[in-house]
Design a binder for this molecule. Sequence first.
Ligand SMILES: C[S@@+](CC[C@H](N)C(=O)[O-])C[C@H]1O[C@@H](n2cnc3c(N)ncnc32)[C@H](O)[C@@H]1O
Length: 470
Amino acid sequence: MRRQPDTSAPGPTAASENSSSPHSGGSGEPSHWIRLGQVLRDLDWALRTETYRHAVATGHQPWLPAHAAADALFQLLHIGESRSAPPPRLAGALADLGLFAREVGGPAHGTHDGESSRYRTAGHYFTAFRGMLTVADHHDRPARSGVYLGEDGLTFTDRLLSTHAEGTALDIGSGSGLSTSALAARGLHTTALDISPSCVTATAATAALNGLADRVEVAQADATQALEGSERYDFIASNPPGVVVPETLRYGPGGNGGPDGLAVVRAVTGNAPRMLRNGGTLLMRFESFGSLDGPTMLAEISDHAGSASVFVTVQSSLPMRTRSALTALRAGVHNPGLSADEMLRRLDTHTDALGAQRFYTCFLRLRRDGLARREAYDLTGVRRAATQADAQPPEPPGEDVSHLPPGLSGLDWRPHLRLVRDRWEDTVRAARRHQDPDAVVAEVFQDAVERDPIHSRSLYAFLSGLPGMP
Ligand SMILES: C[S@@+](CC[C@H](N)C(=O)[O-])C[C@H]1O[C@@H](n2cnc3c(N)ncnc32)[C@H](O)[C@@H]1O
């Protein structure tokens, strides 16, 4: 693993060797990570994880529930603890990184030595995708590294793997390093940067685990300030943070996109056309607030692109009210003095002032080809639903919700779907009268809002498509 040398030339700032956060347990020697990667490959760790993922049908979900497999290796590495001793080579490789502990105690349960032992990993959880290993925090387990890896990271990695490229790459906001490893695995010599020291450490560890350390450099840098340099790349990848965070709320740096959610998106699209070599490509997964007509950021992207060609797909969307519930849910830990109601009030005031009706997830491919083509495809059907809503008798949302928008799955939406279906006629009448989702929710679902102000925001997602509902 090489870290970018310190340089006075403008560009991504090099990570200092001691920049690991106190949370980034197991930063370790690169050679130890490389050895652990070899052991995990010998144990078919990636194959096991992906087989279990298929069995529990979680698609692009990086983290599986504990019951996904009784396999002791899966329990130890993915869930973080196991009652069975791991193979000695694995225990040794983990111990060399300071990531392994055996706890002895309790009554004997069929163990040879009359003791029951528990084996734990520390510092990270391990998962795998498309044959690549990666470390990050498990969604449903106690935090270890402060490194996030979500469904978005896996879908983004799939897009990277299906894009042709050669030469050098820059991964802006590398997180766990899965995206960086995907670029390196395609043969690109890749520089990764992230604002978070824990992510810098995780990206380096993930590259070493995958045997790709000699193709990856990692730097700690803030993309809103560090992309002014003269370096040029053949490929730029970014899955930047996009959460809309008003100045009146605190939020974790990982997802914080600033007051309009677009600070890092804008830094990437503003600089990438200049940072790409001729013929080079930017691939970005991004989020943007918008109206029923689509994401606000599209016009800006087109302006930034100049003579580069742009291909955008709008993949999915949520009502802004529902997205704000997710933001409040995750902001709770950073704002212990604020109630859920107060956080939602601040978010609603702010997003209403922005004119944000919906929150979109998109993919962008920008190519520096001098042709200035513009293509944008809306795959969400939001605009179509809005224009047809008056013409068709509204149907209640179905119980088959296998295609839930990704963000909604973060909320407890099932009871609210049942409620909407039970009160459908009242809902439709209120929608005709008010043409305003807040008024419909206040009139028909006030009890649900009082019971659970945050999760009841999933109601807005089930109401969208009715006349007047964004
Ligand atoms: C959504 S995660 C993407 C991680 C990884 N690329 C993936 O797809 O799984 C966004 C990453 O951007 C990083 N980030 C946030 N703000 C940043 C900034 N201003 N400059 C650089 N990185 C930033 C976060 O720490 C986080 O790791």
